[in-house]
Design a protein around this ligand. Structure first.
Ligand code: FE2
Length: 148
């Protein structure tokens, strides 16, 4: 592993820890949605299965993006996911998924504040873009919940 001796931006351990918490959530969400895609049941479930897979892949891409940023900031990305829940019905899937998205959204808002406080404009900007995608996911799951 080659590390930069001096990254252009220096951030606190607190911010690095928050980025790792975000990575843990994204890894968890990715596995959660992919396993829901695999286990989806019923006619309604079949109709929306692709959404779970598509979102699972989007979450893994976000985990990768966060890991790259954290690595650049001289942090080490975690391999440990946040707690993963799958659920036993389409309704449960969507309730659990809405919760993990809300958790992510709350954390991303805190990271933006912290990054701005530390003058790390790039992280703040990057997280704003991720936050936008997370809000879309949240909207997707809550809309699907309304339709059940
Ligand atoms: Fe998401």
């Amino acid at each position: 592993m080659t590390r930069k001796l001096k990254p252009a931006v220096k951030v606190s351990d607190e911010l690095k820890k928050m980025l790792n918490d975000a990575i843990a959530i994204e890894i968890a969400a990715s596995v959660q949605y992919m396993w829901q895609y695999v286990q989806v049941i019923g006619v309604k479930g079949r109709a929306v299965a692709g959404k779970f897979k598509e979102t699972a892949i989007a979450e893994m891409k976000q985990a990768e993006e966060l890991a790259e940023r954290l690595w650049y900031l001289n942090g080490t990305p975690t391999t440990q996911p946040a707690p993963i829940k799958v659920g036993g019905s389409l309704k449960e899937f969507l309730e659990i998924d809405t919760k993990i998205e809300e958790e992510g959204i709350r954390l991303y808002k805190r990271i933006i504040d912290q990054a701005q406080k530390e003058g790390d404009v790039t992280t703040a900007f990057m997280i704003k873009e991720i936050l936008e995608v997370e809000e879309e996911h949240h909207d997707l799951f809550t809309t699907m919940l309304e339709e059940i």
